[in-house]
Design a protein around this ligand. Structure first.
Ligand code: PLP
Length: 383
């Protein structure tokens, strides 16, 4: 048996996306910039992909710029916005919940340019401290970057409220949201959040790795950091990843058609695992309030999550400790630290993340395994 509960790290490619990619690789393989029919064929595939990604997000097709991943989307949006804004302002605001592809970019920009970088604290429930945000309002704010859904806890952040506050104080400020964990799940569009830029990634919604997109609101312009042949309206040069775009489009169409059903299913699985663990095992608690239905973060005190993760793996269950996307950095989760968890608690935290391919039978088996493994592992814990 193989149970994949690590869908916030990446997902299995769905058949519809794989078929679309295969067709674009073997049939419509032309370069979309070529003037002949093979080029036009590829261009048509790309147009459909763009329309499908835009439709799932509730934005216009011309507001979608394809990239290689959300990390690239975050890099391009943040560096373009900061460099433009520095002509008139001096403050950038973000939160302690952000993914490294936001935090590292901002730190890097700060090391090269002179501006104030404010990190909004997290409350115990995983939400940003909006009172702290209020204190930093000024007309010198260049940019706010606040993710919509946190990848470790699943917390849905009050982006709209934060953006309204910032734009009221500083009307020229840009707003960016990393919507990687929100896209295809929440039904919230960048327009609903009031942001100028938003980033997404195909591999979180059953498309392959290597394709992402950046939403840039119509009428907003920033300079690119990638120069060359002028593809993607001169914003992101490089021959387009037509198979990736075709697959991203197909996965978006599927996600849109199945969103309600998928959310219902993942909510049931999440509730079952969460309720069973909390009622049958002592010393466990969930992390985060106002969370999406597909992410569940549980702290099992009195054990190291890495040991539990490998015990689950040995029984065919795949989960994550902390953020899989930053597992190159074995330091304690910055998000859980910012939420005030103690080191021992962070060390005992696991993330279960679900998709529409998961079943209640998988949830029941996982609970059975957890009830067997957790007490065994706790016996050898030295703290
Ligand atoms: N932002 C968030 C919230 C993520 O969860 C991830 C990946 O896990 C990324 C950004 C980076 O996405 P990509 O792998 O497409 O670069």
């Amino acid at each position: 048996m193989e149970i994949y509960f690590d869908n916030a790290a990446t997902t299995m490619v769905c058949k519809e996306a794989a078929d679309a990619a295969l067709s674009a690789m073997t049939m419509e393989y032309g370069n979309p910039s070529s003037l002949h029919n093979k080029g036009l064929e590829a261009e048509k595939i790309m147009r459909r992909g763009r329309e499908s990604v835009a439709a799932l997000w509730g934005v216009k097709a011309e507001e979608i710029y394809f990239t290689s991943c959300a990390t690239e989307s975050n890099n391009l949006a943040l560096s373009g916005a900061v460099k433009k804004g520095l002509k008139w302002g001096d403050t950038v605001i973000t939160t302690k919940a952000e993914h490294p592809s936001v935090l590292e970019v901002l730190e890097n920009l700060k090391s090269e340019h002179n501006f104030k970088l404010i990190y909004i604290d997290l409350l115990k429930n995983g939400q940003p401290d909006m009172d702290m945000l209020k204190k930093y309002m000024s007309e010198k704010i260049i940019l706010i970057s606040m993710m919509h859904v946190n990848n470790e806890t699943g917390c849905i952040m009050p982006v709209r409220e934060a953006v309204n506050m910032v734009k009221k104080a500083s009307p020229r400020a840009f707003a960016h949201s990393d919507m990687v964990q929100s896209y295809g799940k929440t039904g919230v569009s960048p327009a609903m959040l009031g942001v100028d830029f938003a980033s997404v990634s195909g591999h979180k919604i059953h498309a392959p790795k290597g394709i992402g997109a950046l939403y840039i609101k119509n009428g907003v312009s920033i300079k690119t950091g990638i120069f060359g042949g002028g593809q993607e309206k001169n914003f992101r040069s490089g021959t387009e990843n037509v198979p990736g775009i075709a697959a991203f489009g197909a996965a978006s169409e599927k996600a849109m058609a199945e969103r309600e059903e998928t959310n219902k299913k993942t909510a049931e699985i999440k509730k079952y695992i969460s309720n069973s663990v909390l009622s049958c095992l002592d010393g466990c608690f969930t992390n985060g309030e106002s969370t999406v239905s597909n992410i569940l973060n549980i702290t099992f005190t009195g054990l190291r999550s890495e040991i539990l993760l490998h015990s689950l793996e040995a029984r065919g269950i795949f989960v994550s400790s902390g953020s899989a996307c930053s597992s190159n950095h074995p330091s304690p989760s910055k998000v859980l630290t910012a939420m005030g968890l103690k080191n021992g608690e962070i060390d005992g935290s696991l993330r279960f993340s679900f998709s529409g391919y998961n079943t209640m039978d998988e949830a029941k088996y996982t609970v059975k395994v957890l009830l067997e493994e957790v007490p065994k592992i706790r016996k050898f814990y030295r703290g």
